[in-house]
Design a protein around this ligand. Structure first.
Ligand SMILES: [Zn+2]
Length: 307
């Protein structure tokens, strides 16, 4: 790769295009791996926006990654005719970027959502719930994370529930069971906005507002609740108590409020309470996407003169 030492502008554009198609300066045929192509693709688009010529763009990519992207490829990328994203838009966890949308998806998945591999090798991440705006928000956020249009919920008539599902290996790798807090931490704790979105997803799923205004969050995973408490306090100064064990013990018959079906609790459950004096902060910084929950909290705060 010595030749670049001669500096940019060494090759006239026309000649270089012919000589370099898919061939590195060492003369070896080389197709850059997909992750590298994706990075190069994003750079190519940025550089073109800054007004660089094809030659300059190619040189810049070579300088950064040590590979020559041929001009036809650049042309077709810039025209939107092809992209290294084909099929699987985010090929590895390393390329998944933190965002509020991703924070919300993670929080929801740890709550009501699911992520599983099917026998056909599909990696399905999804959410099924009764509240339309909740599933809609999940679909919107998944769309942002994957660089797609919002995914519209499907209504399941028999169950009266809405569902959003996507097949994506990278998301599955991040969200698969068992929940690994270390794996999600860099995304959740990227900034206060990401943390708030994560908590909102979690509270939309498993948070409840009592008629008296108390807000609590339950989960079968004790660590998740401790983690939620830590985030609430660290980023938003919201105090909570617990985790306490619920009266639900393994084997207890329970009613699923979403589907109306009875089921046998197969795990112990815990909950935390938001302290009453922290509720205005909770409303302001976290809140609920689910309207009936948000309204109940708002009504309580108004009634008690806290809003
Ligand atoms: Zn962030």
């Amino acid at each position: 790769m010595k030749d670049m030492a001669q500096g940019p502008g060494f090759c006239p554009e026309g000649e270089e295009v012919k000589k370099m198609e898919n061939i590195t300066k060492t003369g070896r045929k080389k197709i850059p791996p997909r992750e590298l192509r994706i990075k190069a693709y994003n750079d190519v688009r940025k550089l073109r926006k800054r007004g660089l010529s094809y030659t300059k763009i190619r040189e810049e990519i070579y300088r950064k990654y040590g590979v020559w992207i041929d001009a036809t490829t650049i042309y077709s990328w810039l025209r939107g005719k092809s992209s290294p994203y084909n099929g699987r838009r985010i090929p590895s966890l390393e390329l998944l970027k933190p965002s509020e949308a991703l924070g919300y998806v993670i929080g929801t998945r740890i709550g009501d959502g699911f992520s599983r591999e099917t026998s056909y090798g599909y990696c399905i991440t999804g959410l099924k719930a009764k509240d339309r705006e909740f599933v809609e928000e999940f679909g919107r956020c998944i769309g942002i994370v994957l660089g797609r249009e919002p995914i519209k919920p499907k209504f399941m008539k028999n169950e009266g529930t809405y569902i959003v599902e996507v097949n994506n290996k990278t998301l599955y790798e991040l969200l698969k069971k068992p929940v690994d807090l270390k794996r999600i931490k860099p995304y959740v704790e990227h900034c206060p906005k990401c943390a708030a979105a994560f908590l909102r997803g979690l509270f939309d799923s498993e948070g409840h507002v009592r008629k008296e205004g108390y807000v609590y969050l339950h989960n079968t995973n004790y660590e998740v609740l401790v983690y939620a408490q830590k985030l609430l306090w660290k980023y938003f100064g919201i105090e909570s108590t617990g985790p306490w064990p619920t009266t639900t013990r393994q084997g207890t018959i329970k009613n699923n409020p979403r589907t109306g079906k009875q089921y046998k609790a197969n795990e112990d459950c815990y909950y935390i309470y938001i302290r009453a004096e922290s509720l205005p902060r909770f409303y302001r910084y976290i809140g609920f996407t689910i309207e009936r929950k948000q309204k109940r909290l708002e009504d309580y705060l108004r009634r008690t003169g806290k809003l």
